[in-house]
Design a protein around this ligand. Structure first.
Ligand SMILES: *[C@@H]1O[C@H](CO)[C@@H](O)[C@H](O)[C@H]1NC(C)=O
Ligand SMILES: *[C@@H]1O[C@H](CO)[C@@H](O)[C@H](O)[C@H]1NC(C)=O
Ligand SMILES: *[C@@H]1O[C@H](CO)[C@@H](O)[C@H](O)[C@H]1NC(C)=O
Length: 336
């Protein structure tokens, strides 16, 4: 279970268990191509930079582990590829790792270029036959695949931690979302037709914002209010962008997924969902947790495996999507 197929296996097994009721036919996606940041990195950044130490990986892989496009060791791309890397942004980052406050060099445009390379070169490899044909997606998979996106949180984080005021970061949102639009159009023009687009989460509930801006005004559950408002404005602009994409590309399916609301419910109603102490991280200053399966935040930036599983179960039904189409039916443009 150390390659991209394990990622897809978990993804599809959960889908089967959920079995949403709908008149729509399953899309039977033969592959998933994912673009994003650490919210969906399965080993991209650690394929290029020093690996993470224990306890990362303790609840699932039993070790710090990876499986990603950038993982050049034994990766099988038949079921797609994951281009996401931790610390990725939509826009070109001002500083990259290993600089202080550096972000991933694999920002969205680079991930798009990697996708273009994979699409073209995988077919050259397939022509060689043998094991090469068994490691690469078939040509028709690129049109039939699901394309998933979860990126933008670090563009906001880069602004906040780069000494921009909340208002300045907020004012940069239209440019960030516009850059996202440009790259998604390029991915459409490369042949993608089914898009599953996550909005960004409540960044003001995460420890790295709360710790860096202790005097920020809090909302009723203890999250930094104006930081979440910037995330909400990002999501408003993102949704407008998805509506625009539907108008200009009527033959493609664009599903907008409100991950924000699901994540926020973990902070506003933790007990209802089987969680406790949502604002306290498992790792980092003041953090500790004996049982990460009841905790929301892992390290002040990322959610625990248990929280991510809850989020996946909620969003894959389509209950938080526009249109309200379940994940495995996301090749359809409308319900029914
Ligand atoms: C790659 O994964 C596919 C789908 O799971 C499988 O059919 C194929 O045999 C795998 N290739 C190799 C070389 O293991
Ligand atoms: C933000 O400002 C502080 C204090 O002036 C400085 O130490 C820090 O390096 C700045 N951070 C960035 C990313 O520019
Ligand atoms: C962000 O900008 C939008 C559009 O100008 C505005 O409606 C919203 O109130 C702003 N939010 C913050 C937190 O500054």
């Amino acid at each position: 279970m150390t390659n991209i197929s394990s990622f897809c296996l978990v993804f599809f097994t959960l889908l089967t268990i959920l079995n949403p009721i709908s008149a729509l036919k399953s899309c039977k996606f033969p592959a998933i191509f994912n673009f994003g940041d650490s919210n969906s990195d399965t080993g991209g950044l650690v394929a290029s930079f020093p690996p993470l130490n224990s306890p990362y990986g303790e609840t699932y892989f039993q070790m710090p582990a990876g499986s990603a496009y950038l993982d050049s060791l034994g990766t099988n791309f038949t079921g797609g590829a994951n281009f996401a890397t931790a610390a990725s942004t939509i826009r070109l980052p001002a500083r990259i790792i290993p600089a202080n406050n550096g972000f991933s060099p694999f920002f969205f445009l680079v991930q798009y270029n990697q996708f273009v390379q994979l699409k073209a070169r995988s077919q050259l490899f397939r022509k060689q036959g043998g094991v090469f044909a068994q490691l690469m997606p078939k040509e028709e998979y690129f049109q039939k695949a699901l394309y998933t996106f979860d990126i933008g949180q670090n563009d906001l984080g880069a602004g906040f931690l780069g000494n921009m005021s909340v208002e300045e970061v907020n004012a940069s949102v239209p440019n960030i979302v516009n850059t996202f639009l440009t790259d998604v159009k390029s991915i459409y023009n490369s042949g993608a037709r089914s898009f599953w687009i996550h909005n960004t989460g409540p960044i003001g509930c995460l420890g790295y914002i709360l710790a860096n801006f202790p005097s920020a005004e809090k909302d009723s559950v203890g999250c930094a209010k104006s930081y979440n408002e910037v995330a909400q404005y990002f999501n408003y602009e993102l949704k407008e962008t998805v509506l625009h994409l539907r108008r200009v590309f009527p033959s493609a399916a664009f599903t907008y997924v409100d991950v924000y609301s699901v994540k926020y419910s973990l902070f506003s109603e933790p007990k209802k969902h089987g969680f406790e102490l949502p604002l306290v991280a498992c790792l980092g200053s003041g953090g500790s947790c004996d049982d990460p399966s009841v905790r929301v935040v892992w390290d002040g930036v990322h959610y625990t495996e248990a929280a991510n599983k809850f989020i996946f179960e909620q969003i894959s039904t389509g209950a938080f999507s526009d249109p309200p189409i379940p994940l495995k039916m996301a090749c359809h443009r409308t319900v029914g």
